[in-house]
Design a protein. Structure first.
Length: 235
């Protein structure tokens, strides 16, 4: 009966992950859907309830430390300590090095990296006390290669992968598994307006399947990192 917390759950990969767990576990799933958009979260929650899952929306700006603390307390009070935490919240704002202001750089780091630190910090204590839990970081192929025009995003995602790798070493003796998913171009709202066909992109459902299967591994194994690219390569 997994309790699953998903940040950035209002659309794209986060919504796909929520629906994948709802479909796989049905009435045994308890989903805490976290994002800023109440309306979009309500829609995802309704879709997750169709197969019988319990799904509730928790509106939160995950870059706001106080808001994250309040959200985590509310989630634990409602569902208990999560079995799975998916740090999926993020955003991409293009910009070359010379175009990127200090504020823009800090904003990208806040939403793509610091948010994952804050959310993880407020749930990991309960996982450690229980002796089990999965923490999954939604990184990117931008965590392992550089892209021109994406300086701040690449820096943040490289940082996320480093965070995940260090955390993995710290908590492995406590029964907590840490995994990083590194998708390439995935057909989400970020690509709205593109002239490329959907077939050129990863389907968000495939990324969600990777998250689900990482969780379903036996406690004797951990999937540390999964790289997923479009069949025809990076865009």
């Amino acid at each position: 009966m997994p309790v699953v917390v998903i940040t950035g759950a209002s659309q794209g990969i986060g919504a796909a992950v929520a629906e994948a767990f709802a479909t796989a576990f049905g009435s045994d799933a308890k989903l805490a859907l976290v994002a800023r958009s109440e309306e979009k979260l309500a829609d995802v929650a309704e879709r997750c309830r169709a197969p019988g899952a319990t799904a509730e929306a928790f509106c939160c700006d995950v870059t706001d430390e106080a808001a994250v603390v309040a959200m985590a307390q509310e989630v634990v009070g409602r569902f208990g300590t999560p079995d799975v935490l998916v740090n999926n919240a993020g955003a991409f704002i293009p910009g070359t090095f010379s175009e990127t202001s200090t504020d823009a750089f800090r904003s990208q780091v806040a939403v793509n990296l610091t948010s994952a630190f804050l959310v993880t910090r407020d749930f990991i204590g309960g996982m450690a006390e229980r002796g089990s839990g999965d923490i999954i970081f939604m990184a990117s192929v931008a965590a392992i290669r550089g892209y021109p025009g994406g300086v701040a995003y690449c820096a943040a995602k490289h940082g996320m992968l480093g965070l995940a790798r260090a955390l993995r070493e710290e908590v492995k003796e406590q029964g907590i598994r840490v995994a990083s998913i590194l998708p390439g171009a995935t057909r989400t709202a970020s690509w709205d307006g593109t002239d490329l066909p959907d077939e050129r992109f990863i389907d968000p459902k495939d990324v969600a399947r990777a998250v689900l299967e990482a969780h379903k591994m036996s406690p004797r194994a951990v999937v540390e990192e999964i790289v997923i690219r479009p069949q025809l390569g990076d865009i």
